[in-house]
Design a protein around this ligand. Structure first.
Ligand code: UT7
Length: 328
């Protein structure tokens, strides 16, 4: 019997209409378009307004996905939502999205691996297809970072944006789909990047609000050092263990945290800039959303059989890479 692979058979994304430019940020904090562009590569990011939440972006992404593939929401077996900005601590945003799109037969859960959330969820979702347990698994990366960003903190507010991307996983018997993954985490990284309050260690109180502990806390320089080394290393490692040279790679699909981290990763892999998906300039860092949003933006250019390396580094720390063969 031929091996069953979990292949991406559709991709769709959603970004909010409102564009927060570097120029507008200049009016909010002590920064400049020049600093943001040279240090991060970001020009603008999208912000979700109108009382909407992460699930609303996820709903748009999933609806588009189903329409593209021509399937009904009732056909979804499982929906995994990677996010660090759930609509609420519980129930899971995956459940809320399933309810809103009418995926009545799906079970679901949220996966918290910050910026590595999508690749952790993709590798996890693939297991249900490979094992034969499910036929249709939706994997989402969705984050409304603007809900946990302090727009008085110039070190974080310039980086993050809102967005969601989703893929559909189905069985493939032609040797296409998720081929390999390397996933890692190191909880000692929590000291450098976290949302301090709102959990059981530090429940919400007047003090936690006053002390701005519900916002993202990041020691940028320290995170940068870990990110550059680990994202590059894990991307090179997955190439080596699958005997892939730079010429075998059609696309590097990196998490969009900082253009300099992306460049270092591509360089370590020996992959030229023409093969690297970069849309950080228009969306910023949408955390779990970046990788599926890249796939969505580049969908037209992808060809059946293309070798893709997806790689990410984020809060936790978490990091990893997925090697997949594009299936359509
Ligand atoms: O996606 C999840 C994982 N996160 C990441 O991968 C983010 C990793 N970190 C980074 O991308 C970068 O560290 C940042 C973009 C956050 C910061 O860039 P940096 O080159 O590491 O800058 P820095 O923190 O070393 O700051 C350099 C200078 C400082 O001033 P002094 O001390 O040299 O006078 C900062 O105060 O730049 C200053 N600065 C700013 N200036 C203008 C910091 N933020 C800003 C700003 N505008 N927005």
């Amino acid at each position: 019997m031929t091996k069953t692979y979990a292949a991406i058979t559709a991709v769709h994304g959603y970004v909010p209409e409102y564009i927060l430019t570097n120029q507008e940020l200049e009016t909010m904090v002590d920064t400049s378009d020049e600093w943001i562009t040279t240090r991060t590569g970001i020009k603008e990011r999208r912000i979700l307004k109108g009382g909407r939440a992460t699930s609303d972006m996820g709903v748009e992404a999933v609806k588009g996905l189903l329409e593209k593939r021509g399937i009904q929401p009732e056909e979804i077996d499982l929906l995994i939502c990677a996010t660090v900005t759930p609509d609420m601590p519980f129930p899971a945003t995956a459940n809320i999205i399933s309810d809103k799109v009418g995926a009545k037969n799906a079970w679901g859960y949220d996966l918290n691996a910050a910026c590595s959330g999508f690749i952790f969820a993709l590798a996890t979702g693939a297991q249900y297809i490979e094992s034969g347990m499910h036929q249709k698994v939706v994997v989402l990366g969705a984050d409304m970072m603007s809900s946990i960003i302090n727009y008085e903190d110039r070190t974080t507010c310039i980086i993050f944006g809102d967005g969601a991307g989703a893929v559909l996983l189905e069985a493939n018997h032609e040797g296409l789909g998720v081929m390999d993954s390397i996933l890692r985490s190191d909880g000692s990284g929590r000291h450098y990047l976290r949302q301090t309050a709102g959990g059981s260690a530090c429940p919400a109180s007047i003090e936690t609000v006053t002390n701005k502990q519900h916002f993202v806390y990041q020691e940028g320089k320290a995170v940068f050092k870990f990110a550059v080394v680990n994202m590059a290393e894990v991307s090179a490692e997955i190439m080596e263990r699958n005997q892939l040279g730079p010429e075998d790679i059609a696309w590097l699909v990196p998490h969009q945290a900082n253009k300099r981290i992306i460049d270092a990763t591509a360089e370590r892999m020996g992959v030229g800039p023409e093969k690297v998906m970069v849309n950080i300039e228009k969306y910023g860092n949408t955390t779990a959303g970046t990788i599926p949003l890249c796939l969505w933006d580049w969908e037209d250019k992808l060809k059946k059989g293309d070798n893709l390396i997806l790689s990410a580094f984020g809060g936790g720390f978490t990091w990893g890479a997925v090697y997949l063969k594009w299936a359509y």
